[in-house]
Design a protein. Sequence first.
Length: 128
Amino acid sequence: MHINFAMWRKASWQLIKMDDKKEWDGLDIVSKWLIATRSAVTLVTVYSSVIAGILAARDGAFDWLTFIIVTLGLFIAHGTNNILNDYTDYTRGVDRDNYFRTQYGVHPWFKNSGIRQRPFGGSLPADF
């Protein structure tokens, strides 16, 4: 497995749909994370953080460390929400057939049965 900077760039700016598990398995961990979290959509969260930073700078209250922590935290929280939403839809059977979400990007570990049941009853994506 190699680092695929081109996929990082692509996944950051557009939604990626992968139907081939081999292609998914060949991706590096960052590419998988960017695709799984739908980072092209989570950039909207970053935009709102940038606007907040501009407003803080205008009022003389801007702090780089706070800005970076808040922006990164919002980006991760939005991505986590996307993953949990997709997981819940998948486990409840919502993401089937012609459901809108399946038209623009099904998560490969769900579609290709990559979910492992854990002994305590929880589930985790197997190939992350």
